[in-house]
Design a protein around this ligand. Structure first.
Ligand code: FAD
Ligand code: UDP
Length: 370
């Protein structure tokens, strides 16, 4: 008899398994339909011995001390500041757009102060910023929007930026400084021995049993349990009774090159050419030393594993109907990126899981000792 059946061994399911077992002494069965733990953050060594992320590049960054301290119990870290170049007009220039981006693109020598005026001259007046198009054109104008955002977003989401919430492009700021970091969070680092190793340590507890390669539906009736935590897609849990929630998917093409370094930055974005959106070279992220190097190309797809909830008003409305059903389902708790249909990063999912644990147990959200 298990106290908890947890569906999904990604960040949300694994944090809750750890907290309920180690923090509250509960007996937990953690299942996943995939044959590995870690969910979308799963990494592994490929045939050449290079550490790669199976579901696309995952860079850890957070401003939450609580989340960082919590995960630090299970991993040492490698400090890592992420940087991205975009291939635009035949050049590789920094994205987020900054002072160097503009000076190189237009062959100028503007100062930060002059760049502010440059943007102000081009920015379009938008009464209420609602969509991703509004968000960008109101900051930098239409030309830069078209060079950096319009085609990339259409490729990535299969929708025009005017059809997507402003939140989609919100993580990408526009800067007048030379700061070329992709993120500015307080804590930016990668798990020293990879994500999977971190998950293994998190789940290494006698009260946690793990079953892989099984779907919830196959076992829910056979395994005695009190309560359920579900981290899969919420529409699937309810047999799509209100229709399918739209998700964007990705296909990943991995390539190993017989050179030590392939490209000049961890990620190169291709807004305007190629069917893929970006190319990541893993060694920058992992710090691994190796005579070869491994890359992943991301091809956006309409079908496939659900990767991205699509933030637009009609989808949020449909999700609200599932959310109401979820709230009325006794003894089942929905958490994570797919179960709450939110375009969340890893740290946000960890915070959501820690908050749920605090709510379930009445214990403080911040764990203290192992
Ligand atoms: P998941 O990791 O998706 O885990 C859910 C698990 O549930 C899956 O393993 C699935 O197999 C399992 N499951 C579903 N249904 C069932 C079922 N019926 N029965 C059994 N098991 C089931 N975040 C960052 O912070 N930084 C990044 O750089 C970053 N990059 C990303 C890049 C890409 C391409 C993508 C798609 C996401 C990225 N993210 C990033 C987001 C990050 O992947 C998520 O925030 C995080 O993985 C969500 O964890 P989760 O536990 O909610 O879901
Ligand atoms: N984006 C863009 N051009 C870029 C980078 C990002 O248009 O060069 C837009 C695109 O819509 C993307 C969103 O900004 O989906 C968020 O970018 P991010 O790199 O955070 O995407 P993620 O890592 O979540 O796929």
């Amino acid at each position: 008899m298990f106290d908890w059946l947890i569906v999904g061994a990604g960040f949300s399911g694994s944090v809750l398994a750890e907290r309920l077992a180690r923090g509250s002494g509960k007996r937990v069965l953690l299942i996943d339909k995939r044959r590995h733990i870690g969910g979308n953050a799963y990494d592994h060594y490929n045939d050449d011995g290079l550490l790669v992320h199976a579901y696309g590049p995952h860079i850890f960054h957070t401003s939450s001390k609580e989340v960082f301290d919590y995960l630090s119990q299970f991993t040492a870290w490698r400090p890592y500041q992420h940087r991205v170049l975009a291939s635009v007009d035949g050049q590789l220039v920094p994205i987020p757009i900054n002072l160097d981006t503009i000076n190189r693109l237009y062959n100028l020598r503007l100062t930060s102060f002059e760049l502010e005026a440059f943007f102000a001259e081009r920015a379009e007046k938008v009464e209420r910023v609602r969509t991703s198009e509004d968000a960008i054109v109101s900051k930098v104008g239409r030309e830069l929007y078209e060079k950096f955002f319009r085609s990339y977003t259409r490729k990535q989401w299969g929708l025009d930026p005017s059809e997507l919430d402003a939140s989609v492009t919100a993580p990408i700021p526009v800067r007048t400084s030379r700061d070329d970091r992709y993120f500015t969070d307080t804590y930016q680092s990668m798990p020293l021995h990879g994500y999977t190793r971190m998950f293994e340590r998190m789940l290494d507890h006698p009260n946690i049993k793990i079953m892989l390669g099984v779907d919830f539906r196959e076992v829910e009736r056979d395994i005695p349990h009190d309560r359920v935590i579900y981290t899969g897609p919420v529409d699937a849990y309810f047999d799509f009774c209100y229709g399918k929630l739209p998700y964007r998917s990705l296909e990943f093409r991995f390539e190993t090159k017989s050179v030590e370094v392939f490209q000049p930055a961890p990620v190169v974005n291709h807004p305007n050419e190629h069917p893929y959106t970006r190319v990541t070279e893993f060694k920058y992220l992992t710090g691994q030393e190796h005579p070869k190097t491994s890359l992943v190309y991301e091809y956006p797809r309409a079908e496939g594993d659900p990767c991205y909830p699509i933030p637009r008003p009609e989808n949020v409305e449909l999700y609200r109907k599932y959310e109401a059903l979820a709230a009325a389902t006794p003894n089942v708790h929905f958490v994570g990126r797919l179960a709450t249909y939110r375009y969340y990063n890893m740290d946000q999912v960890v915070a959501q899981a820690l908050t749920l644990h605090a709510k379930l147990t009445g214990l403080p959200a911040a764990p203290t000792a192992r």
